[in-house]
Design a protein around this ligand. Structure first.
Ligand code: ASP
Ligand code: MG
Length: 249
């Protein structure tokens, strides 16, 4: 048996939340969990803001990269004070942010932000959260492995709103995820991102991690897809806009 457990941005938004995630996964180990994660809350917005700013003001980009560094460093530090995992996560963070800075600089010089570049930029959040969550599971004594969704979810070329190509994704899901679960390893997959047949990074559109979880769950196939989030159930309307929103029974 297998289940998909998807955790949204708030559920991976702090060290404390991630420790909670580890316990939720631990409780369900006998069910063969596959974990799908969003970026840390607020991170995708920052990444996209940085992309827009890079066409205007270089100083703003520097501020945003610094904010991203601090946001992730704080979470990493609250999970691991030191040791090899701390060092490994910090060096991964450094690599991804250096790559990001380079792309921002490219956008700045060209004065042009294509949907294709924006996808590479927006994908950085899930690449980071995925490694942090995998390390936290390992630290909690759960064998886990971060899987690069860019090798997993095959999509068309509609950047910013890519559609998964189900038959090709099915092959990879079966090849890459099933053997891990069969060996009691918990795969941790970044939601929201995929790649074209040629390996070009794509995203499924804002909020797309739920969709990633659904696709992976359908193709495994999983007996259940769980969406762990910061609201209880499905609301009648966005509660940030209409406080009278209520849970649909
Ligand atoms: N991180 C992406 C977003 O903020 C995808 C998601 O969270 O579902 O849109
Ligand atoms: Mg969401």
């Amino acid at each position: 048996a297998m289940i998909v457990m998807k955790f949204g941005g708030t559920s991976v938004g702090s060290g404390e939340r991630i420790r909670g995630l580890v316990e939720r996964v631990r409780e369900r180990l006998p069910r063969g969990p596959v974990v799908v994660v969003s970026a840390l809350s607020g991170v995708t917005d920052l990444l996209i803001r940085g992309a827009r700013e890079s066409q205007r003001r270089a100083e703003a980009v520097h501020e945003i990269v610094t904010l991203l560094l601090e946001r992730h460093r704080d979470v990493i530090q609250s999970l691991f004070t030191s040791g090899p995992q701390h060092a490994q996560l910090m060096s991964h963070l450094g690599l991804v942010l250096t790559e990001l800075q380079t792309i921002y600089t490219g956008v700045q010089y060209l004065g042009e932000l294509s949907p294709r570049s924006l996808d590479v930029i927006a994908a950085c959040g899930e690449r980071l959260s995925c490694e942090i969550v995998a390390a936290a599971l390992e630290a909690g004594g759960i064998t886990a492995r971060g899987v690069d969704a860019r090798g997993l979810l095959v999509t068309d070329e509609a950047h910013g709103r890519a559609q998964p190509i189900m038959d090709e994704t099915a092959l990879r899901v079966r090849e890459l995820l099933r053997p891990l679960v069969a060996h009691d390893v918990v795969p941790v997959v970044p939601g929201f991102i995929g790649s074209t047949r040629d390996g070009v990074t794509t995203t499924l559109g804002r909020g797309g991690s739920d969709w990633s979880a659904a696709v992976i769950g359908a193709l495994l196939p999983a007996e259940e897809i769980q969406i762990w989030t910061d609201v209880d159930g499905l609301l009648t309307v966005d509660p940030r806009l209409i406080p009278a929103a209520r849970v649909i029974s």
